[in-house]
Each structure stands twice: as structure tokens, then as C-alpha cells.
Design a protein around this ligand. Sequence first.
Ligand SMILES: O=C(O)CCC(=O)C(=O)O
Length: 275
Amino acid sequence: MPMIATHPKVTTEIREVYLRDGVVRIPGAVSEEWLSLIAAMADVELSDPGEWVTDTNPGAPTNRLFTSRYRWKTDSLVNRYVYESGVAHMAAALMESATARLYFDHLLVKEPHTEAPTPWHQDIPYWPFLGKQICSAWVSVSELTVAESSLEFVRGSHDWGSYFAPEAFDGSKNWTSDFEGEPAPDVASARDDYDIVGFEVEPGDAIFFSAWILHGAPGNSGDKRRTALSTRWLGDDVTWYPHPGSDPTVTDDDTAVQSGEHPSDDEHFPLVYSV
Ligand SMILES: O=C(O)CCC(=O)C(=O)O
């Protein structure tokens, strides 16, 4: 039996739910001290955005989804969060992995009264990896209902064996003209046909979910900003798979890792947790 990570917050029941449904909420996963630091970091990032940003309505106080990625190398708070918050360790334990490497950090701010939903999608086709042990840890800094844009999932869809073509979050057809995968199903128009689970969250709860699960979020109908910090984790079985339509932030030009190999590249995908 290979060694796998264990963590006190990842009980057998929680791990089984994650493996069966593709998603699980861990209450109080991240301690309170991080939350105000993340909220303050988001304020700074909104006024002085980093390199990998999407923004549906720059400067606006409503109707705006702002995202910023790959800041663990340049933002000391994000770097400390990656290494010290404990989410890498929990991700490894949930995935039944001995290790967790960081793929990227992702700040996702949805301003109050933002109508546009986050479209239903799978993460894996956007990413230059294959493997089952790959997940996100999405942490909200505030209390949220689904109507305030917490996340929803199609339970069990991580096991469908599907690979859906990436689409841009701003509603344009695809985020590149070149992509792999079949069109994603229109879950929003046929919700009753799917086993949808949504999560209300308290500050510091983490929603861990497989990169293979279909998920989305409604707009933010509430009066407060929705700030979430998601980190993306690679476990033992993950292999490098750059392909048409995959995330251009780290490509074959940046790494010596060859297709089909585990991404043992500490410069780009640092080993954050190991048993
Ligand atoms: O925060 C959101 O609205 C979307 C999050 C998401 O789709 C993801 O983290 O993969």
C-alpha cells in the first residue's frame, strides 16, 4: 500500500464524500487570521492588477467578475498562504496522494449585484495536465449563500469520463480558437436533469473539488463583495499534458517536463506538501 497523506480535518467520511461526489466542504479549513489578509490583498490587487487578470467590468462597483492568477511568486501573502495555510496537506489527504504540488493560485472577486453567472464548466480541459489526483481548494473570506455566488456542482460528474471544451468566463464561445473536447452540456437550462449540489459557506470554509467535476456559480445577488481564493493542487498521478486550448501561463517553453511525465518542476509547480 503506497503512503498517503492524512490530516485531522480530512476524516474518513469527508474523504469518501470527496472521492464519491468529486466535491466536499471542509468547515473551518483555513484559520481566521488569513481571511482579513486575503480581503486586503484583494483590495490591492483590484487597484493594481497583476499579469494574469480577467476583468469583465474594470473599475465598476457592480456587475463585475475580476480574477487574478499566478501570484505565489510575487505576492508574499499568497506565497505564505500556499505554504502555511494547510490547504496543500488537506488536498493531498483528500486525493489519497502522498504529495501536493501547486499548479496556481486564483483570486476570484465577484462584486455585489453581478448578474452574470460563472458558466458551468470542468477545469481539467483548461489545464495542461491529466490524472485523477488534481483538485482545487476554494476558500471564501465571507459567509455566502449560493445566491451570493457560492459554488454549485453536478455531483459525481468527475467520474463521467467527459472532457468538455474550455469556454471563456465572459461568455465568448471559447477562450482560444483551438481546443480539445466536446461542448459542455447546458446545465443551466436543464437543472432538473442533473444532481446539483450547492454549498453555503462560512468564512474560512474550503470547498475542495476535483478538476473533472462540472461546476459553476450564479451571479452575486447580494450586497457584499464575494472574495474567494482558490488554489489548484497536483497529486501523485498527475502528468504534464499541454494541448490546444490549455492555459498559456506555463507552457512547454517554460519547463523541461516532457508530456506524460509527472510535473516535478519545483520552479513552476512547487512541491508544497509531502508525507
Ligand atoms: O469563483 C467562481 O465563480 C468560479 C470558481 C471556479 O470555477 C473555479 O475555481 O474553478
